[in-house]
Write a protein that binds this ligand. Structure first.
Ligand code: ATP
Length: 634
């Protein structure tokens, strides 16, 4: 069944073993995937395509599969290398106009009608009369050109980009223009999350290996092998999140032995392990019943994953796997002093926190965020940082011993996250109060031993709980939401946006779901700076992957900017679409949302998901019903 659509995604005649992959095969697959809403079918279509890529690649060619996978997830390099697309609308409109001989005004008018620049490009192309059929595009040619566009910078780069895009578009047939344009925009919008691509890749590899070896498996065995394969690639990828490493190893060594060849590698940043919010110390004790755990200060800074390679090179990566070496030249200079001489390569998990070097006092995140992000020179740095280390990527017990064995405290520059292995509510309470007094956000409570204390990359694990001072005040956890729309201000505020439409992100359907309008509590100055940041992201029409519901903002934005928002209350809503269908048919909305800060360490896809919002709503409902009961008892 996994390959039932093989013939559909194939291109007749033009693709034999050893040939370059036709770009048309990929875009045909995309079109079929976009046309179905069934998740299993989407995965099956992608599996069939990747299977053909593997089967028809010449021996030793792993590049074809690598590039195919990158184009399916619309990336051009591993995250941490940061070769990014996301070409602005006006540039694309210009290129579409030039390659199809239509005026910019006409292309713009079409866009207003269709709301999808990809569709506009495809329709413009297909209604154009051509004398010669252009030479078919190959996947590797498109990939190379997209990379060149992404890497072009500096003087006259805009013109260069337009010229490459124009040439690419001129060679497009059928669906190709639609998906090239969407790739360039940075969003494929076919409803295919990276997770499904990983599953499809695993299924394709299992099937290709089976067919190559001429094996016959029962349906039952096949199902089992497919599932195992998917788990293998998922776990290997979470340890080594780089297709550049994983795909060649997959083709060379096969899926069964992949684990042996792809391991945690200093230099390749991992998605960090995350924590679950808890509301009370009692909840911590319930969850970790009879198990040993530790409480650590939850520092109010920025996550920093520090890598050191055998050759001594050091790198610092953000929560998002962005290279932060340029942002923290002071850390780069401090680090060698805290690493003991015998230590070679490692991956260290830590929090970088602003510190007053004279008093040794920790400073809040706001101080840290005043630092420049780019081209920072050590001599200009006002706000100094101290790195608080809490993990080394092996059980936490072992990892903590190793931490202390290999690093040393340098006052004001490097320290181990402060911890206490207290067990009773009182002990934890005292430690929590102390952490807040010392300028931290609260505590991180972590399971110490047993199988459960392995480092779990990218998971919001129940083995890490966070206990924040805010929760104790009854405020609840904050949400990270994407700004998708704006409302013009009134009175004094007419030349800036006065309110904003926010959305959460559902990674399963790859859709943004609206959740609330936020418009109070902003100062003039803050509104101006939001305006400056959001104005360039204005769109002529709402993007297809935003589930709007009944919201009617004056302008739409490219979903890109993430805000941390606090709320006093969640309620069911007939207007907004967040978490629709999870608790009830209606969506969930925030009442009295309050802006806390910009989270520029998070991308739109890292925004809070609908499951978490549903969970928050349900636990609030539970607390309320308990509260009522208590009152009734009195
Ligand atoms: P938040 O906004 O609460 O920081 P988040 O979504 O960024 O949440 P979580 O996993 O929920 O991340 O919370 C843990 C975060 O707390 C980590 O990402 C890290 O930046 C920070 N932190 C501070 N001290 C510690 C510590 N001792 N152990 C682990 N994380 C810590």
């Amino acid at each position: 069944a996994a390959l039932s659509r093989k013939d559909d995604v194939d291109v007749k005649g033009g693709w034999k073993t050893g040939d370059p992959v036709p770009y048309a095969a990929l875009t045909k697959t995309f079109a079929l995937i976009e046309a179905t809403t069934k998740r299993l079918e989407k995965t099956a279509l992608l599996t069939s395509f990747l299977y053909l890529v593997i089967q028809r690649s010449a021996d030793g060619d792993s590049k074809s599969l690598l590039q195919a996978v990158y184009l399916c997830i619309n990336r051009l390099s591993p995250d941490y290398v940061g070769v990014e697309l996301g070409i602005g609308e006006s540039l694309l409109i210009k290129a579409i106009g030039e390659s199809t001989g239509r005026s910019i005004a006409v292309v713009k008018a079409d866009l207003k009608k269709e709301g999808d620049l990809g569709l506009v490009a495809m329709n413009s192309k297909n209604s154009q009369r051509v004398l010669f059929k252009p030479k078919p595009l190959t996947l590797s040619f498109v990939f190379a050109n997209l990379r060149e566009i992404a890497l072009t910078s500096g003087h006259s780069s805009q013109a260069k980009k337009v010229s490459i895009i124009t040439k690419l578009l001129a060679a497009c047939q059928d669906f190709e223009a639609k998906y090239i344009v969407r790739s360039l925009e940075g969003k494929l919008r076919i409803g295919n999350a990276e997770r499904s691509v990983v599953v499809a890749l695993a299924h394709a590899a299992v099937l290709a290996e089976k067919d190559k070896a001429g094996k016959k498996w029962s349906q039952e065995k096949l199902t089992k092998k497919l599932e195992e394969g998917a788990n293998t690639i998922k776990s290997v990828y979470s340890e080594l999140p780089s297709y550049d490493e994983v795909i060649p190893a997959l083709l060379k060594h096969g899926i069964e032995d992949l684990h042996e060849h792809c391991k945690l590698t200093p230099g390749v940043p991992l998605k960090p392990m995350l924590a679950k919010p808890t509301k009370a110390i009692g909840e911590v004790l319930d969850r970790f019943e009879n198990k040993r755990f530790t409480c650590e200060y939850k520092y109010d800074g920025e996550r920093a994953q520090v890598h050191r390679l055998e050759d001594g090179t050091v790198g610092v990566f953000s929560r998002n796997s962005e290279d932060m070496s340029k942002k923290y030249p002071d850390l780069m200079e401090q680090l060698p002093r805290c690493i003991k001489a015998s230590t070679k390569s490692f991956v260290l998990d830590a929090e970088a926190v602003a510190i007053d070097r004279t008093t040794g006092k920790l400073m809040p995140f706001q101080e840290l965020s005043r630092r420049k992000r780019k081209d920072v020179k050590v001599e200009d740095i006002q706000v100094r940082v101290c790195l608080f280390a809490f993990d080394l990527l092996k059980t936490l017990q072992e990892r903590r011993e190793l931490l202390r064995e290999h690093f040393q405290v340098v006052s004001g520059e490097f320290d181990f996250a402060k911890s206490s292995d207290g067990e009773t509510t009182d002990e934890i309470q005292t430690f929590l109060e102390q952490s807040v007094k010392d300028g931290c956000e609260g505590l991180m409570v972590k399971m110490l031993e047993t199988d459960a204390s392995y480092y779990e990359p990218s998971r919001r694990s129940i083995n890490w709980l966070k206990l924040k001072k805010d929760y104790l005040a009854g405020v609840g956890d904050s949400l990270d939401l994407v700004v998708v729309g704006g409302y013009y201000g009134k009175g004094k505020r007419t030349d800036v946006y006065g309110a904003f439409l926010l959305a959460c992100y559902d990674s399963d359907s790859e859709q943004f779901q609206t959740i609330c309008k936020i418009g109070t509590g902003f100062s003039e100055e803050v509104l101006q700076s939001h305006y400056d940041a959001l104005k360039p992201l204005e769109l002529t029409k709402v993007r297809g992957d935003v589930r709007v519901g009944g919201a009617k903002p004056d302008v739409w934005f490219e979903p890109q900017i993430v805000w941390e928002v606090l709320t006093a209350d969640l309620s069911l809503s007939p207007i907004y679409t967040a978490a629709q269908g999870l608790v009830e048919e209606r969506g969930i909305s925030l009442r009295f949302p309050r802006f806390v800060r910009i989270r520029d360490d998070k991308s739109a896809e890292d925004a809070t998901g609908p499951e978490q919002i549903a969970e928050m709503y349900e636990s609030q409902a539970l607390a309320q019903s308990k509260g009522k009961k208590k009152k009734g008892d009195d």
